[in-house]
Write a protein that binds this ligand. Structure first.
Ligand SMILES: *Cc1c(COP(=O)(O)O)cnc(C)c1O
Length: 469
């Protein structure tokens, strides 16, 4: 540690009042370890300062598109930490865990109700995990019909990268469907690709351009007519909570990201939950276990044609408790308020910044807005430079260069939990940065200016992190 001073110590032992003893085996002492020599006060400061180098939603505005970095009420963490929840074991006798199972049973129903699907399974632990599960369910469905020709999954070109990856992992060939100039799926191309080889389609609603595709019902109908099924990527459900009945729209199976929409803090790869919801057609294929209730007794059941077990035990239980607490404390009106305010906030930013940044799809957005820094690029400044400059102003960068079909994309998701003051501050900073592009582009290229490190090799930092000092 860089603040170590030889001879300095951090402990003060009382005088020895027993006979001194030799160490049992001096050879066990590892003299080569260079342990830091610091006082207690210094070590506290050292680690406290280090901890404050983290950029987090609890310290700063964090409009990271597609990630829904909202405020997650702390009470939900407290509730998930109650000993009744943390000190049980999944292998315990089921009579002794009835309360936990009741919570899971209720959560299955609450989630299904909120998004308008008929059945739910909670054992999947991430969004991508839910996607793979949904794809395996679709595969099992076609197999049950002895319809083995269906080998292709259609995925829009705006999709999150996990969608084609999940379809491929489930053994499918992925066919990309382009978006039209308005940011919707190109229906004519969809029609020409939808055949008796189509196993299904993966759709995100609203899509990853932050747009609600007005042809969604027609798209679902068309895929069903070809004999395919419709998978919904529900990571964007913050835009639709309590408002859209996904199974009526035409979705057969859908995953939710509890660690985006339902109150689990995330970032840095912590535990998550990606429950899978489905309609009657796919219910018998859900992974095991599903929580059932018979004569007031809750039990773990395996659906009749289940794809089997997809993870350890019952899923990430602590995350389920947080989601349950969040839903129960927000209530029905709260769910509606979330989606309304998430959409209003994004449209407010859209309206206030559209003169400063290029808006590739000039229409109302849902919960997030995508700008392009194409005009700034012609002056030598990239979306990356703008994102890094935001750090100087205490704002986390938005998602960049995604979706891939928008050049120099800046994807901004304000979420419902930010005040107008915060949004106004963000807008004023973005306007200021647009000015800097004209007056002092170098300041953007050198940003960030007040962080301990400036520009990292981000791929390397993620894949080969060096976590030692
Ligand atoms: C976050 C996200 C996913 C993947 O979720 P993970 O929990 O990170 O696996 C999938 N699709 C979209 C649109 C997302 O935003």
């Amino acid at each position: 540690m860089d603040i170590s001073v030889p001879g300095r110590i951090g402990i003060a032992l009382p005088p020895l009042d027993v006979p001194e003893q030799p160490l049992p085996d001096a050879g066990k002492l590892r003299e080569e370890l260079s342990l830091p020599e610091v006082s207690q006060g210094e070590v506290i400061r050292y680690f406290t300062n280090l901890s404050q180098l983290n950029f987090s939603v609890d310290t700063n505005y964090y409009p990271l598109g597609s990630c829904t970095m909202k405020y997650n009420p702390k009470i939900n963490n407290e509730l998930a930490s109650l000993p009744g929840f943390t000190e049980i074991h999944p292998l315990q006798d089921i009579e002794t865990t009835q309360g936990a199972l009741e919570l899971m049973y209720d959560l299955q129903n609450l989630l299904a109700n909120i998004v308008g699907m008929e059945h739910a399974g909670l054992s999947t632990v991430a969004g991508a995990h839910g996607e793979l599960t949904g794809m395996l369910m679709i595969r099992a469905y076609h197999d049950s019909k002895k319809d083995y020709r269906r080998s292709i999954v259609l995925v829009p070109d705006s999709a999150h990268g996990t969608n084609p990856a999940s379809a491929a992992m489930a053994g499918y060939t992925v066919m990309s469907i382009p978006s039209d100039k308005n940011g919707n799926m190109d229906i004519e191309i969809l029609k020409s690709h939808c055949t008796e080889e189509t196993a299904g389609i993966m759709l995100t609603l609203p899509n990853t351009l932050g747009l609600f595709d007005p042809n969604i019902v027609e798209i679902c109908n068309y895929v069903h007519e070809c004999g395919g099924l419709v998978y919904g990527d529900g990571a964007n459900m913050n835009a639709l909570l309590g408002r859209a009945h996904m199974s009526t729209i035409g979705f057969d199976v859908l995953h939710l990201n509890l660690h985006k929409t339902f109150s689990t803090p995330h970032g840095g790869g912590g535990p998550g939950a990606g429950p899978v919801l489905c309609n009657d057609r796919l219910a018998s294929f859900l992974p095991t276990p599903i929580i059932a209730k018979n004569n007031d007794l809750y039990s773990l059941e395996t659906p009749s044609a289940s794809i089997g077990k997809i993870g350890g035990f019952h899923g990430n239980f602590g995350i389920l408790v947080r989601a349950y607490a969040y839903i129960r404390s927000m209530g029905k009106q709260g769910m509606l308020d979330i989606s309304e305010n998430a959409v209003i906030n994004a449209n407010y930013i859209l309206a206030r910044l559209k003169d400063d940044y290029y808006l590739p799809y000039d229409r109302n957005c849902m919960h997030e807005v995508i700008f392009s820094a194409k005009p700034q690029r012609s002056k030598g400044v990239r979306a990356l430079d703008i994102a890094k400059r935001l750090i100087d102003y205490g704002i986390h960068p938005p998602t960049m260069y995604f979706p891939l079909i928008v050049e120099e994309a800046l994807m901004i998701e304000p979420t419902e939990s930010e005040s107008k003051d915060t949004l106004d501050y963000f807008i004023s900073v973005m306007q200021e940065i647009a000015q800097e592009v004209e007056s002092n582009p170098q300041i953007l290229k050198d940003a960030p200016h007040n962080t301990p490190n400036t520009r990292l090799d981000e791929a390397k930092a993620a894949r080969q992190p060096n976590l030692r000092w």
